[in-house]
Design a protein around this ligand. Sequence first.
Ligand code: DGY
Length: 320
Amino acid sequence: MKPVLAITRRLPADVEARARATYDVRLNEGDAPLSRDDILALCQGAGAVLVSVGDPIDAQFIAALPDTVGIIASFSVGTDHIDLAACAARKIIVGNTPDVLTDATADIALLLILGAARRASEGEAEIRTASWSSWRPTHMMGTQVSGKKLGIIGMGRIGQAVAKRARGFDMDIHYYNRTRLSADLECGATFHDSIDGLLPHCQFLSLHCPSTAQTKGMVDAGFIAKLPDGAILVNTARGDIVRDDDLIAALKSGKLMAAGLDVFAGEPNINPAYRTLPNTFLLPHLGSATIETRNAMGFRALDNLDAFFAGKKVPFTVSA
Ligand code: DGY
C-alpha cells in the first residue's frame, strides 16, 4: 500500500505526477492557502505532509498533528514557517530543499538591484499608461550599478551566487557573515566582522540571511541610518527581517534612493505604502519561480520523503 501524503499546495505537474506514482496523495486541489485546521484535516491518516512557504506550521499545528505523521517535507529552503522546536519535541523530521534554488534566487536579486537602480517600475508604468512624452537627456535618470560597492549580509550559497553575478557588473563586493569565507570562495570580496562595520560601505545592500530571532526586525531606523545616503536595499531573503515603517520612512525622506523587494512581512498582505512609492521595485516572492527550479525543489522534497519511508537517512533536514 502506498503511504498517504498530504500536500498543501499545487505543485508543478511533473512533481505531482511523481508524488502520485509513489504516494496516496491528498491534495489541496483548489490551491488557495489553507488554514491550520484545513491542513490538519488533510493530514488525517497521512504518514507525511508536504508544506510550503507561508503555511502555518506553528506549535499549535504541531501539537494537533496526528501521530501517524513522521515527517514534514517543506517545499522551500527557508523553514521560518515551521516551529522546529515543537517538531523536535514530537520527534517529527523536517526536510527542506537547499541548493537547488540558489541560482534562480541570485538572478532575482540582480534583477532587483538593476530594477531599483534604473527605476524600472517607474519606466514601465510610463509605457503602460502611455505617459512617455519623449526621449530627453534628463528623463528618469537612475544610478549606475557598475563600479559601486555591494554589501551582502549572509554569504552562504545564495550570497556567494549574488556576488559572482555582481562581479560581472564590476561591483566591489563587501560582506558580513558569521564566519569568514576561505580566499577561494571570497574571490576578492572584503570581509567585515560586524554588520555595523559593513553598513557604511554599502551603496547597495542585499540581504541573504534567514529569518531568525536574531534577524527579525534587524533592518530598522538605526540600521538604515548607518548606510550611506542614497543607498539601495534589496531583499530576497524574508520580509520580516525589515521593519516596514522604518524602510518606508527612509524611502520617503530620500535617505535611501530605492528598494528592490521580493519578500514582505505578512505576505501577501504587504504594507500598502510600498505600492504607492515610486522608488520601490516589487515582485511577489518570485525568487525561486522558474520551472526548472520549482521542479528541482519538488523532486528534492520527494527525495526527502522517499528516504524517510525507505527507512533511510533523510538527505536534507533542518533542526531547531
Ligand atoms: C524558500 O524556499 O525559502 C524560498 O523563499 C522560496 O522561493
